[in-house]
Design a protein. Structure first.
Length: 295
C-alpha cells in the first residue's frame, strides 16, 4: 500500500500515535533514536495555547504511522521517521520547506544518523558549528547512589491537587521567564505517560518546593527521561539538583526502568547542566547536530 500523508488531528489520538512511532523506533535502534515519548508529551502540553503555533503532518502506510513532521512556527522542524523507512526523511523535509514561514530553516539529526544527515546535505542544509548544541546522555540504573540533602529539606513526589500551585511556582522560578501556568501543568498531567510518582520535588522547611525533576517512563522499552529539571534560585548551590536527580533515577528504577536519558546543552558556553547530570552518572552517548538552510 502506498504511503499517504495528512494533517495532525488531535481528536483522532494522533499525539499518542506519534509517541507509538517513537517507541517503535526505540525498540528498533535504541539510543540511536533521538526522541523519547516524554519529550513529545512535554513539547505538546507545557505551554498553554501553544498548539496554535504548531503544524504537524503524519505519513501513514496501511494504517501504520511511519513518519511525522512537527513544525514549530515559523521555521523549526522536529521529526521522526521509522528506521525501516529512511526515504521518508526527504518527504518530511520537503513538506517542512513548503510550510515554513521564515528563513533560515532549522532542523536536526543525531550524529550517528548518517542516512538522515546525507538527506539533509543533499537538500542544501549546512551543519551549524558556531552555536549551542545538545548532548544525549544516558546511564543504566543497576546501581543508583543514595541522595543526600542538607537539614530542612525533604524528597518526595507530587501528591495531588494541593501540590499543583507550588509545583508550577518552582518551575517558573527555575526557568524565569516562563510561560508555564497552572493550566498548562494540568495539560501536562493529563498527557500520557505522565505519572505523579515520577514527578519528583525537594520540599523546603516552609513547605515551598526548592527543586524538581520530572521523569517520564517508556514502559515498553524500559527507558526513562528527565524533562525538565530545575532548582529555585534561592536554593541553588546546596546540592538539591543532584539530590532530586538521584531520587528520580531511583523512582524510575523502582517502576521498572533499566536506563535513563537526558538531553542537555553540551557546549562550553553553558556547562552547568551537563556537569550536574554527569555528577549523577550520566555520560554523553551522542550529539544532536543542528542544520540550517536558507531558501
Amino acid at each position: 500500500m502506498a504511503v499517504t500523508s495528512r494533517a495532525f488531528d488531535g481528536a483522532r489520538g494522533d499525539l499518542r500515535r506519534m509517541q507509538r512511532l517513537v517507541q517503535d523506533a526505540w525498540r528498533a535502534v535504541g539510543p540511536k533514536n533521538e526522541r523519547h515519548v516524554g519529550d513529545v508529551a512535554w513539547a505538546d502540553a507545557h505551554i498553554p495555547g501553544r498548539q496554535d503555533t504548531f503544524r504537524r503532518q503524519l505519513w501513514e502506510e496501511d494504517g501504520r504511522l511511519v513518519a511525522y513532521g512537527w513544525l514549530f512556527r515559523p521555521q523549526t522542524l522536529d521529526w521522526q521517521a521509522s528506521p525501516d523507512r529512511p526515504e521518508l526523511v526527504d518527504a518530511v523535509h520537503e513538506w517542512f520547506e513548503a510550510e515554513a514561514e521564515a528563513d533560515p530553516l532549522e532542523t536536526s539529526a543525531l550524529a550517528e544518523d548518517e542516512a538522515a544527515i546525507a538527506v539533509l546535505g543533499a537538500r542544501g542544509y549546512a551543519e551549524v558549528t558556531d552555536g549551542p548544541w545538545f548532548a544525549l546522555a544516558i546511564r543504566d540504573l543497576e546501581q543508583v547512589e543514595e541522595p543526600e540533602l542538607p537539614p530542612g529539606y525533604t524528597l518526595r513526589t507530587v501528591a495531588g491537587e494541593s501540590d499543583l500551585e507550588r509545583r508550577v511556582e518552582i518551575h517558573r522560578a527555575a526557568w524565569e521567564p516562563s510561560r508555564f501556568t497552572l493550566e498548562s501543568y494540568r495539560d501536562v498531567r493529563a498527557t500520557w505517560p505522565y505519572r505523579e510518582d515520577l514527578d519528583c520535588v525537594v520540599e523546603a522547611r516552609d513547605g515551598s518546593f526548592a527543586a524538581y525533576a520530572l521523569a517520564w517512563y517508556d514502559d515498553e522499552n524500559r527507558v526513562g527521561e528527565f524533562e525538565p529539571v530545575g532548582t529555585h534560585p534561592a536554593h541553588r548551590r546546596l546540592g538539591l539538583g543532584r539530590a532530586v536527580n538521584l531520587y528520580a533515577l531511583q523512582r524510575l528504577r523502582d517502576v521498572g526502568a533499566d536506563r535513563a536519558l537526558v538531553m542537555c546543552r553540551g557546549d562550553d558556553a553553558y556547562p552547568i547542566p551537563k556537569r550536574l547530570y554527569e555528577s549523577v552518572g550520566f555520560r554523553q552517548h551522542s550529539r544532536i547536530v543542528s542544520f540550517r538552510k536558507t531558501r
